[in-house]
Write a protein that binds this ligand. Structure first.
Ligand code: 6GU
Length: 236
């Protein structure tokens, strides 16, 4: 019942990070989820607890050894039934669909790389999915792991304040969300769109839908194409 995050990392102090605060932090305190770390350094070799070595074939940087990762995996005691995820810019892009799957699992095991990466063999042999959080390069997988955990934890039952704060506004429908406004009705010479003050809920809903479509078309032509295809197929 407690959703269990297990993080294999060389920087255990980075967890739970910002997830110890706010909604996720309260959920952590209330036992709705938990965050364990396994320090890979404890499984390093020799007097210096070496976790990495030079890449076969040459090249810059260092690669984390497969035996070190495997020892950390074994020590972590993560359930055999949880998705195992290696955070890497070489992975498939993380989607809200993946996040829903992870949140619906008993937990996740996250492997955070540093250096040039992790020996490919342990990823294959131990069944780790390779996942990226976007097309830019981070200095390590830890911040990406925190992003993934944030996205999962907010979907856990009882975590979001009001269950229907629209847990998945954007993306669940396939469109970016419409813009939001609050008081004051005029600020810095800018008025809130009149329709939002009209009290006409059907008209407001139609305006918001049109805004969502326009913003998606402008900002995310990829999502817009997919949404048009889906609308055509489902005949909406
Ligand atoms: Cl998962 N790791 C690193 N190091 N960089 C990234 C990333 C992950 N996703 C996007 N950039």
């Amino acid at each position: 019942m407690t959703w269990q995050a297990t993080v294999l990392t060389l920087f255990p102090d980075m967890f739970p990070g910002h997830l110890g605060q706010s909604l996720a932090g309260r959920a952590l305190d209330n036992g709705l989820w938990s965050c364990r770390t396994e320090d890979m350094r404890l499984h390093g070799l020799g007097r210096h607890r070496a976790v990495d070595d030079t890449p076969f074939g040459g090249g810059a940087g260092m690669v984390i050894r497969p035996d070190v990762v495997d020892a950390a995996l074994a020590a972590s005691q993560a359930g055999a039934d949880v998705p195992r995820i290696y955070l890497t810019p070489r992975g498939r892009p993380l989607s809200q669909r993946d996040v829903r799957r992870y949140a619906a699992s008993p937990g996740v095991l996250l492997l955070c790389g540093r250096f040039e990466g992790v020996d490919e063999r342990v990823l294959e042999a131990r069944g780790l999915e390779q996942v990226s959080i976007g097309d830019y390069v981070l200095s390590g997988g830890e911040t990406a792991a925190l992003v993934l955990l944030d996205a999962c934890v907010r979907l856990l039952p009882g975590v979001m304040g009001s269950e229907d704060s629209g847990v998945e506004e954007s993306f669940s429908e396939g469109l970016l969300e419409y813009p939001h406004y609050t008081r004051p009705a005029e600020w810095d010479g800018r008025a809130v769109p009149d329709i939002l003050l009209s009290g006409n809920h059907a008209a407001i809903a139609a305006w918001r839908q049109a805004q969502a479509e326009e913003i998606t078309r402008e900002r995310r032509p990829d999502l817009w194409s997919a949404w048009l295809d889906r609308r055509e197929k489902t005949g909406l």
